[in-house]
Design a protein around this ligand. Sequence first.
Ligand code: GAR
Length: 200
Amino acid sequence: MLRVAVLASGEGTNLQALLDDPKVAPALVVVLSDRAGAGALARARAHGVAALHVDPAGLNRDAYGDALLRVLEDHHVDVVALAGFMRILGPRVVRAFEGRMLNVHPSLLPAFPGAHAVDEALAWGVKVSGATVHLVDEEVDHGPVVLQEAVPVRPDDDEESLHARIRAVEHRIYPRAVGLLLEGRLKLEGRIVHVLGDEE
Ligand code: GAR
């Protein structure tokens, strides 16, 4: 069975969705965070999954990426799922997991990449936003789209209400995408991801 690591900086509700998924959970071997107090680490420990704080203090982007890469190699990780990991990864760790690293992002990419996607969608006045799962490449929130789903933006939405609606979608599509990768059902052609075995 392929071995999955999750990298998370925050609360870890997407990690929780992965821990609750019967296909993904057995493959989850380690959760890494840049923040010692991340809720994600507590959630991992509550499920008996190894949870490690990899401290970024004093390390530049490349050195921190290399530190993560060493821990991932130590745990013989095959697949990496970024779940609210709020740091840009250095190129060596990204290349090491090319085609095997996924990210979930709270907008319909390529709209609103970056760390403030929900606020920016509201400020722009879009009527529809959503969630994207994509393969990670060396540019931020840029790699090939695996799954995407839209949600409406309501006139009275604030960051909290819109993000909650988007998270509910993330919690469905992220475990599905990780499961498809684990089953070898994602085929990349250029930057188009085909989902094998899906009735079109
Ligand atoms: C999620 O909405 C995820 O899409 C977003 O952070 C949240 C983490 O929530 N990620 C980004 O904005 C990355 N650019 P969680 O800790 O509850 O899973």
